[in-house]
Design a protein around this ligand. Structure first.
Ligand SMILES: *Cc1c(COP(=O)(O)O)cnc(C)c1O
Length: 409
């Protein structure tokens, strides 16, 4: 069932699972365990927790979590997977597993915020330095790589300002310097592009794909989980060892939620994408909006890189998730922008994305970036996560809130 000529949805739905003898239900069983009983001492001594050859203790995996790990590998094109209790735990586990005192990590300036704040607070405690690089400027990354740099984080696009980097160029640059690359692949979700095959000919891959399964793989806004996927046994083992020593496990019920949602991920992702693009284009025409940041729209910084990496999916439509931001005219006050967010009825105010409910969140850009952002127009940023509601209802909602809160200037 790993035949990549077969569509991903089909492969996820028909992914191998052997039900108990005489009970041929296709849904995997939900196994829960701390203790796993060994038939005898010799069996206990012979079992190995570091690979999937046997079961030893709930923290090291159950048939349910092993099945989920294998399906996530199918989704992202990886070979090994470690499951953690959140997306942020995936980021922290990667950084802590790979970095030692005296070394340095580089993080894109538009990265998911807690990645950089974790580096500034926690990694610094261990004598690990970090620096931020401009994701739109490979030369900036090249200039910031030093002999101490052991890990470079990548994110495509940044999850608030949506700049899409030249991912293949950044990965090649790191490879040339022997630096490990870790991609936060939450936006792409294994659907918009293949993190382990960036050029389509199997010659260029990130080393690690970290994924907040909380978002599209869950799809319900009801579970927190993260994954760390690799294609290198030694790298996987490093991550798995730290994962074990930190005691990071996930519960069987949460794994079940993921297993139930995965078969529909491609359909949901496409639906989020279509509605988001429609609304992003519509918002481009509204007077209050000075810039729309959506990687599939030609005016968005990094659009050409999105086009190159994600543009061939869906018969040339490309694939682009359900997330975008707008910059509202700087002449509106923050109170007016807040009133616009409060005035929305279907869009709820909340963090995260990937669930059925559309979400809105105002962001204060000046507090989020350390490098200059000349590609972003001045104004007030609002991010939308598009859910699965009808496009027309969301558009009408945006229209009424714009009219009510942001009158013509
Ligand atoms: C949400 C998110 C995370 C963190 O995931 P949690 O499960 O909420 O901890 C990491 N990276 C990106 C890009 C995210 O959107």
């Amino acid at each position: 069932m790993q035949d990549t000529a077969i569509d991903l949805s089909t492969r996820l739905i028909h992914h191998g699972y052997t039900p108990p003898e005489g009970f041929f239900a296709p849904a995997p069983a939900v196994h829960k365990a701390s203790t796993v009983i060994f038939p005898n001492v010799a069996a206990m001594r012979s079992r190995e927790w570091k690979d999937k050859s046997s079961y030893t203790y709930g923290l090291h995996g159950t048939p349910t979590t092993f099945t989920l790990e294998e399906r996530l590998c199918a989704l992202e094109g990886g070979l090994q997977c470690v499951l953690v209790p959140s997306g942020l735990a995936a980021i922290a586990t990667v950084s802590l597993a790979l970095l030692r005192s005296g070394q340095q990590v580089l993080i894109p300036d538009n990265a998911y915020g807690p990645n950089a704040s974790m580096a500034a607070a926690t990694l610094a405690q261990f004598g690990i330095a970090h620096a931020l690089y401009d994701p739109l400027n490979p030369a900036d990354l090249a200039a910031k790589i030093t002999p101490a740099t052991r890990l470079v984080w990548l994110e495509a696009p940044g999850s608030v300002t949506m700049e899409f980097p030249d991912l293949p160029a950044l990965v090649r640059l790191c490879q040339a310097q022997g630096v490990t690359t870790a991609l936060d692949n939450t936006w792409g979700a294994g659907l918009a592009f293949a993190p382990f095959d960036l050029t389509g000919d199997g010659t260029l891959a990130v080393d690690i794909s970290a994924h907040a399964l909380t978002k599209y793989p869950s799809g319900g806004g009801d579970v927190l989980m993260g994954s760390i996927i690799t294609r290198n046994p030694a790298l996987h083992l490093k991550i798995k060892l730290l994962h074990m020593h930190l005691g990071l496990g996930i519960g069987g019920n949460d794994a079940e939620l993921l297993l139930r949602s995965l078969p529909s991920i491609a359909l949901r992702y496409r639906a989020h994408d279509l509605t988001a693009r429609h609304l992003a284009r519509w918002l481009q025409q509204q007077a209050a909006v000075v810039q729309v940041l959506h990687p599939a729209l030609p005016d968005t910084p990094g659009h050409a890189h999105w086009q190159a990496l994600c543009g061939s999916a869906h018969g040339g439509d490309g694939a682009a998730a359900g997330l975008f931001s707008v910059i509202l005219d700087e002449r509106y006050s923050q109170q007016q922008v807040d009133a616009f967010c409060d005035g929305l009825r279907h869009f709820k105010i909340g963090y995260s994305w990937g669930g059925p409910i559309s979400l809105v969140m105002p962001y204060e850009l000046s507090t989020m970036r350390s490098l200059p952002t000349p590609h972003l127009r001045p104004g007030r940023l609002v991010r939308f996560s598009i859910g699965l509601e009808a496009t027309q209802d969301l558009q009408q909602d945006l229209q009424q809130a714009l009219e009510q809160a942001l009158p013509a200037l």
